[in-house]
Design a protein around this ligand. Structure first.
Ligand code: NAD
Length: 476
């Protein structure tokens, strides 16, 4: 049993009623257990964050930047332990676990720099009218609740924690019940750095704990990353209190491949876009749109590439793809395989669970999927790719945009002008041209339509935790 809640600068045991099993998905077996936080403990965490706010928001920006640099350094010092834990609990291949850690480190380093620039943003505003002066003051939003999913635990939390702390907010973080141990590192680092008690609090638990946090009237803002169904509940709680909310939700993103592409290179991009993290990415490019002139050459090579991927236990084998992270996700993906059979989809690769212990599925490709298929329209969150052919650029843009989601897209073309034109026409938050899933802290993250509200990363990620104040003075 693990003691895993960090409240007011102390580690405490959970007093909730849920017992959470922490699983190794490659074996389908638990390796740790913890008790969820109770509703009263969530309240204690929010109270601690409220109590810590006045002093924290008045620290100098350079002091906060020093703490953020400390987080980056301390993550680096815990490198091997954090990589192994992600491999064991998420089922991530080693190279993916390493990239996640490096992303989290880069995020804290980046927001340390932005924190240092904060004083220069509080400046006078030139006014056309005489007799008045005005100045801008960027203030922290206040006490913020952060609720995150399990697919990139270190990264998703870093994208929220680092800008929130940089802005001068105090926080209560609720990690996912699927991966509750990984983000404990942030509490341990807070301890090691002597971060003032209550600035960062961590409560673990399932839906009840998340709901206790998102409904709490002591929050000034909630930032949520997760599914659309829970996001909509979180938004309802925020609306009841007219409270701001950032939502990073699901996706059903397109990868558009024009017939001037090198087939081998295109196959590499397509495979990476659907099998990284076993396809459990909000930004998975799970809808392949391939131009008529290249489709017959590309689809057999794509099928072969998917079938050749090494799927296995990242802790004991050399693998390209690990298991799905939870049994629930494995059952969900298996349900889509059943739907594909009922719909009579043309299966070119995979479409089944692997015959071994653990929550493995094979990388899957369906071709010529009808536009109204559930597999074409719904987020599956697994290594399941659906393909359709297109004739013209206009048709590709229309089909890519024909989705209730709008998170990301990839455009593959040897014609730079066309690629830029298509990128501009896609109704999403981020487009990659001739690359996949390349995320940089300086660029924004977030979606249009059903993929959410607001942006993370870059200066936009910091603004999400700031309130703009102006002070206007009569000079007369
Ligand atoms: P989820 O919505 O089930 O859970 C997310 C978090 O919400 C967890 O911590 C969970 O415990 C908590 N929660 C559950 N019920 C709650 C409630 N009633 N009130 C408050 N909190 C509650 O999502 P998941 O399965 O953990 O993650 C997968 C989803 O996350 C996918 O849809 C994926 O696309 C999305 N996601 C989006 C992004 C993005 O940046 N847009 C990034 C990663 C994941």
């Amino acid at each position: 049993m693990t003691t895993s809640h960090y409240i007011a600068g102390r580690w405490v045991e959970g007093q909730g009623s849920d017992c959470i099993s922490v699983n190794d998905p490659a074996l389908g077996q638990p390796f740790a257990e913890l008790m969820a936080a109770s509703v009263a403990q969530v309240d204690q965490a929010v109270t601690a964050a409220r109590g810590a706010l006045p002093a924290w928001k008045n620290t100098s920006a350079s002091e906060r930047a020093a703490y953020l640099r400390g987080f980056a350094e301390q993550l680096g010092q815990r490198r091997e332990a954090l990589i192994t834990l992600q491999m064991r609990n998420n089922g991530k291949p080693r190279h993916e676990a390493e990239i996640d850690l490096d992303d989290a480190i880069a995020t804290f380093g980046y927001y340390a720099e932005l924190a240092e620039q904060l004083p220069s943003k509080n400046r006078d505003v030139p006014l056309a009218a005489p007799g008045f002066s005005a100045r801008t003051r960027l203030e922290p939003v206040g006490v913020v609740g952060l609720i995150v999913p399990w697919n990139f635990p270190l990264v998703t939390s870093a994208w929220k924690l680092a800008p929130a702390l940089a802005a001068g907010c105090t926080v209560v973080l609720k990690p996912s019940e699927v991966t509750p141990l990984i983000e404990q590192a942030y509490g341990q680092i807070a301890d090691a750095l002597g971060l003032p008690a209550g600035v960062l609090n961590i409560v673990n638990g399932k839906a009840e704990t998340g709901a206790a946090l998102s409904n709490h009237n002591g929050l000034d803002k909630l930032s949520f990353t997760g599914s659309n169904s829970v996001g909509s509940q979180v938004m309802r709680s925020a609306s009841a209190q007219c409270r701001p909310v950032t939502l990073e939700l699901g996706g059903k993103s397109a990868i558009v491949v024009f017939d001037d592409c090198d087939v081998g290179q295109a196959v590499e991009w397509i495979v990476a876009g659907i099998t990284w993290n076993a396809g459990q990415m909000c930004s998975a490019t799970s809808r392949l749109l391939v131009q008529d002139g290249i489709a017959d050459a590309l689809l057999p090579r794509l099928q072969a590439a998917l079938e050749q991927l090494r799927v296995g236990n990242p802790l004991t084998e050399e693998v390209d793809m690990g298991p799905l992270t939870s049994q629930a996700q494995w059952l969900k993906v298996a349900g889509y395989f059943a739907t594909a059979r009922e719909e009579g989809l043309q299966r070119l690769a995979g479409g089944k669970a692997l015959d071994r212990d653990g929550w493995f599925v094979s990388p899957t490709l369906y071709a010529d999927v009808p536009k109204d298929s559930r597999l074409w329209t719904e987020e599956i969150f697994g290594p399941v790719l659906c393909a359709r052919r297109f004739a013209t650029e206009e048709q590709a843009i229309a089909e890519a945009n024909d989705s209730r989601f709008g998170l990301v897209a990839t455009v593959c073309s040897a014609d730079p002008e066309r690629a830029e034109r298509v990128a501009d026409a896609l109704e999403v938050g981020h487009v990659w041209i001739n690359s996949v899933q390349a995320v940089f802290v300086e660029t924004s993250w977030g979606g249009t339509k059903g993929s959410g509200i607001g942006r993370e990363l870059g200066p936009w990620g910091l603004s999400a935790y700031q309130s703009v104040k102006h002070v206007t003075r009569c000079l007369g």
